[in-house]
Ligand binder design. Sequence first.
Ligand code: PLP
Length: 289
Amino acid sequence: MPSPALLLAAFAPDGTTTFTPADPAAAHLRVDDLGATRGDGVFESVGVVGGNPQSLRHHLDRFARSAAALDLPAPDAGAWAGAVRAVAAAHDPVPELLVKLVLTRGVEGGGVPTGWAHAFVPVDHARERTEGIDVLVLDRAYPGDVAARAPWLLQGAKTLSYALNTAALRHARAHGAHDVVFLSDDGEVLEGPNSTVVARFGDRWVTPPPELGILDGTTQGRAFGFAAARGERTEVARLRRADLDTADALWLVSSGRLSAPVRSVDGAPRPVDAALSADLLHHLLTVHD
Ligand code: PLP
């Protein structure tokens, strides 16, 4: 069993951040850390394929935007980038890793954040990647303009408050599906609980816009790189529920699972382009950025 690796962050008053190796099997978090008691913090999960962190700059930009949305101190991008590389290098060599970056508001009343970078082997997604996934469409029960109307709901920030995301996944699994696509209450396709929707119509690849209060996906960016390299068009545009049925191909994409073709939506089978899905997965596993 390969050993995970951990670096703990220390935040100096002058804004510099340093990282120190620590035992990943030991306890490091205080019980009054606001990340644990309130989910008050932000995170990123960076895929590391063949030793190469994927879309690191994109992840760190999103980490900074999430931190800003929560009024957390701006992460020191250089220090966190170094931590990603160092913690991945400290892990036993494996084909695929995830490095989780976490920044919390710290211990209640302390005024100093808590942070760490943790490298570990993600769960095995081989079957979902190749055989495809069954998806339920679930109501996210907010309007498509939530980000502008209610920024305090933090839609579009990658916060530690993922209880509802995991509840939606449990709901799907209890109903025989693998995953979820959320719909706004005005019928806009949003995202999965931990993935981005990518649809292909002919030679046009589409993903819904972050202005709907969804994450700006790093893997979606890489999938669009694949499409562009094939000479196809890529577009950030709104999708409606019916588009999930009419798309020529549909995937949920994310840093850990990479790409999973959707083979049914709400129990209705839909076509899977197995050859194209295999090429997309191959690209995500072999082309590093
Ligand atoms: N949307 C949500 C809510 C997520 O949690 C994630 C990743 O975990 C994504 C989209 C996909 O983002 P990325 O491709 O950067 O991993």
